[in-house]
Design a protein around this ligand. Structure first.
Ligand SMILES: NC(=O)NCCC[C@H](N)C(=O)O
Length: 395
C-alpha cells in the first residue's frame, strides 16, 4: 500500500461496543471524548459506514473479530492477560488473582475485557481481604476501557507491505498498542507481516501519517506526534527503502487539530481537501536519506510546494472549500476535512459538513455521505475510523 487514494481493498474498523458505555461526564475529557455518545445509534452509524465500504467492494475486518481470532493462540492469550492487568493499580494480590481468572476465560470474554475494561465491582469474587478492593469505589476501573479504539487509523499504519504499530501519545490510548501488537503478531493472516517502526519508539500516531504518493510521506507534528517520532519514522522507512522523502509538517498543538488528517486529507492522486486557514500557513521540513543511515533535513518551506516537488507533480491541487471563516471552523471541528478515499476522486465524508461536501462535489469529487452525529463525539471522521491494510496502486 503506497498511497492515500488507490482503490481500497481491505480495511480494519472497530465497531463501537461496550467501551463507549463507560463514558460519563466525569471521565469523558480524560478518555478524549467531547460528549457522551448514544451507543446504539453510534453502532447503527458505524454499521452504515461499514456497509458503504462493502458496497464499494472493500473487505471490512472488525477489530474485535481479528482480536478474538488471534487470542485463540495460547501465546496471544497470555499476552492479552498481561496487557489487561496493571500491577501498580491493583497491587500484587489482586493482580495475581485477576491474572489467574483471565487466563481461564475464553477468547471472546478476554476481548470484551481488553476493549470494554472492567470495574472493581466486576472483578471476580475475592479469595481474601484486599485493601485495594476495599478502598476503591466499585465503579473505578480495574482495567481501563478503550473508547478510542474506534479510531483505528491512529494505532497502526500500513506502509507498503509493512505495518507500523504506533506509539500513542495520550495515556487514555496507550494500551491500544498492545492489542494491535497482539493481532499482528498472532493472527494467522498477519503473523508474517514485516514491521516498520515500533510501538516503543517516540510518539507517532497514524492520523499524522499520510502516504502522499509512492515513496513520499507527510507526518504531522503537533499534539500527538513529536519531532523525535517523525525523525525516527523517517529513519525507519528510509532503512527499509519504503520512502525517499518524509515531510515533517508542524500543526497547531490543539484539540481541534490533534492530527494532520484533521486539517487535510487526500481526495485524488493530486488533490487534497484542506482547512482554508491551513492552506497558506502549513510548512514542511523535508527529510531525505543522508550518508551512513543519517537523516538529512531541509526547510522549512511551504507545504504545498514541498509536497508537489517530492511527489514529482507540478502542483498539489487544493479543493477550494471557499467557506466563510465561521463555517470553515465549524466544519473543520466536525471533521469536514477528514475524508476517507475509496479510490481516486471518491471519498466518504460526514453528511453534516454540507458546505465542504458541496464544494468537493463541485470539484468533481464523489462524496459518499454518512451520518456521524454520535460517532463524531470522539472527534474523528471517516479517515480516523479506518486503517487501510490493502490498496491497489492509484493509477
Ligand atoms: N486521526 C484522528 O484524528 N483521530 C481522531 C482521534 C480522536 C480521539 N478521541 C483522540 O483524541 O485521540
Amino acid at each position: 500500500m503506497d498511497s492515500e487514494v488507490g482503490p481500497l481493498r481491505t480495511v480494519l474498523l472497530h465497531r463501537p461496543g461496550n467501551e463507549l458505555k463507560r463514558l460519563t461526564p466525569r471521565n469523558n475529557d480524560q478518555l478524549l471524548f467531547d460528549s457522551i455518545p448514544w451507543v446504539d445509534r453510534a453502532q447503527q452509524e458505524h454499521d452504515a459506514f461499514a456497509e458503504v465500504l462493502r458496497g464499494r467492494g472493500v473487505e471490512v475486518l472488525l477489530l474485535t473479530d481479528v482480536l478474538t481470532e488471534a487470542l485463540a493462540d495460547a501465546r496471544a492469550h497470555a499476552a492479552g492477560v498481561h496487557a489487561a492487568v496493571n500491577d501498580l493499580r491493583l497491587g500484587e494480590n489482586l493482580a495475581d488473582s485477576l491474572r489467574s481468572y483471565l487466563s481461564r476465560v475464553d477468547p471472546p470474554t478476554l476481548t470484551e475485557v481488553l476493549t470494554g475494561g472492567m470495574t472493581f465491582e466486576e472483578l471476580p469474587a475475592a479469595e481474601g481481604p484486599s485493601l485495594v478492593r476495599k478502598m476503591h469505589h466499585p465503579h473505578d476501573f480495574a482495567v481501563d476501557p478503550l473508547p478510542n479504539l474506534l479510531f483505528t487509523r491512529d494505532s497502526s499504519v500500513w506502509i507498503a507491505d509493512r505495518v507500523a504499530i504506533s506509539s500513542l501519545a495520550m495515556p487514555a490510548r496507550r494500551r491500544e498498542t498492545a492489542l494491535l501488537d497482539l493481532i499482528y503478531a498472532y493472527h494467522p493472516r498477519f503473523r508474517h507481516a514485516a514491521r516498520a517502526y515500533g510501538a516503543h519508539s517516540a510518539p507517532v500516531e497514524g492520523g499524522d501519517v499520510m502516504l502522499l504518493a509512492p515513496g513520499v510521506l507527510a507526518v504531522g507534528v503537533g499534539e500527538r506526534t513529536t519531532p523525535a517520532g517523525a525523525e525516527s519514522l523517517a529513519r525507519s522507512v528510509f532503512a527499509d527503502d519504503l520512502a525517499h522523502t518524509v515531510l515533517a509538517v508542524p500543526i497547531e498543538q490543539e484539540r481541534a487539530t490533534m492530527h494532520l488528517d484533521t486539517v487535510c486529507t487526500m481526495v485524488d492522486s493530486d488533490a487534497v481537501v484542506m482547512y482554508p486557514l491551513a492552506r497558506d500557513s502549513l510548512v514542511a521540513y523535508p527529510m531525505r536519506p543522508g550518508d551512513d543511515g543519517s537523516v538529512r533535513v531541509d526547510g522549512p518551506e511551504p507545504f504545498l510546494h514541498a509536497a508537489a516537488e517530492a511527489m514529482g507533480i507540478e502542483k498539489l491541487r487544493v479543493i477550494d472549500t471557499g467557506l466563510d471563516p465561521v463555517t470553515a471552523e465549524r466544519e473543520q471541528w466536525d471533521d469536514g476535512n477528514n475524508t476517507l478515499a475509496l479510490a481516486p476522486g471518491v471519498v466518504v465524508g460526514y453528511e453534516r459538513n454540507v458546505e465542504t461536501n458541496a464544494r468537493l462535489e463541485e470539484a468533481g469529487i464523489e462524496v459518499l455521505a454518512i451520518a456521524g452525529s454520535e460517532l463524531g463525539s470522539g472527534r474523528g471522521g471517516p479517515r480516523c475510523m479506518s486503517c487501510p491494510i490493502v490498496r491497489s496502486p492509484a493509477d
